[in-house]
Design a protein around this ligand. Structure first.
Ligand code: PMP
Length: 345
């Protein structure tokens, strides 16, 4: 791996970050008159902890990760953007990513005016480390790997991911938004072995909190310190921090949701299999199924006419003819299956 200094944008390396009142004084006091807050309307009158230590401590305990190796963001979309802003000089550096994958990597690259190179997965959605590494040049700073991948649903070959981590001298981001639905282990267990690894996870999927907007990035404390320099000082608000503390205590409930959703994933796949309009159901390690159907556009339209909204992936590379169907409650899944039975082509 190149040194962090060699990889980071010079302007960011040299940046003197904003220092807030809450950065400069920690602890209890009789009177706080340092941040131009309103003394009324407690507890919302005070700025929240800019580093969210209480929440990070709890996450750290559950995931066996050092709190200084955690960044919290406004969804995991925030650390995606922070990584690009920290490492990629616009119009100079580039990013390599698999294709198809989660759309925000490219959108964030485009917003930051950073070239985005797509490396196709194989027809069965497998990753080739050799192909990814062949797309790298001296200006490639980041590689995005999403596993389990969206929209394909599969966990990518771990040996290939390790080859990329070992063979690339820049940063590798492994997006594990769907890891809680997978039987495979998270890459968090090897965080210490790979200083160029950044793992993304989110409260939006298994944790049932997409509306709250809370995502996590795990990496070396040096990389996390760098991202902390450029994030908005109070990027996680007080309501979200309080909610996260409460949610993290409900891990048992979350595990039960996951258990039920996995049973439903198997049941829905079996029932879909018996429909003639369904041509193929791809194996899924996530909370959705990618399904190749007889006519994706027509079926999408007829489903939405019946009030059932799936994601039409017909125009996505390698996903022609495919719909992506999220696993809902048993009752919701039954409605989706019934609507699919009513399709007339
Ligand atoms: N990564 C992947 C692979 C996703 O599918 C999504 C959301 N669809 C995200 C990240 C973004 O999640 P968040 O809600 O945490 O921003």
């Amino acid at each position: 791996m190149k040194t962090l200094k060699e990889l980071v944008r010079p302007a960011i390396w040299d940046l003197k970050p904003y220092s807030s009142a809450r950065d400069e004084y920690h602890g209890t006091a009789t009177v706080f008159v340092d941040a131009n807050e309103n003394p009324y309307n407690a507890p919302y009158n005070r700025y929240p902890d800019p580093m969210q230590w209480e929440v990070k401590e709890k996450i750290a305990q559950q995931k066996q990760i050092n709190p200084t190796s955690i960044l919290l963001g406004n969804g995991s979309d925030e650390p995606i953007d922070l990584m690009i802003r920290a490492f990629c000089t616009p119009r100079v550096d580039n990013i390599v990513a698999i294709d198809p994958t989660y759309g925000m990597y490219q959108v964030s690259a485009d917003i930051n005016d950073v070239a985005y190179r797509k490396v196709p997965l194989s027809a069965d959605f497998e990753l080739s480390a050799a192909a990814v590494l062949a797309a790298v040049d001296e200006h490639t700073k980041l590689i995005f790997i999403c596993s389990p991948n969206n929209p394909t649903g599969n966990e990518l070959n771990r040996a290939e991911i390790y080859s990329i981590l070992q063979g690339f001298d820049g940063m590798v981001i492994v997006d594990e938004a769907y890891i809680d639905f997978s039987s495979h282990r998270s890459f968090t267990t090897v965080l210490d072995a790979y200083p160029n690894l950044v793992i993304l996870q989110t409260f939006s999927k298994a944790w049932g909190s997409a509306g709250v907007r809370l995502g996590m990035a795990f990496s070396s404390k040096e990389v996390i310190a760098l991202l902390n320099k450029i994030k908005y000082p109070y990027n996680i608000n007080q309501l979200t921090q309080a909610y996260a503390l409460e949610l993290l205590d409900r891990k048992g409930e979350v595990d039960e949701w996951i258990r039920i959703l996995l049973i439903e994933r198997t049941r829905v796949a079996q029932l879909l299999n018996s429909l003639t309009i369904v041509h193929h159901i791809y194996p899924s390690d996530a909370n959705f199924l990618l399904v190749r159907v007889a006519d994706a556009d027509k079926i999408y339209k007829q489903l939405s006419d019946q009030g059932v909204i799936v994601r039409n992936r017909n125009s996505v590379s390698l996903c022609q003819g495919c719909l992506r169907i999220t696993i809902g409650t048993r009752a919701e899944n039954d409605i989706v299956l019934e609507a699919l039975k009513n399709i007339a082509l």
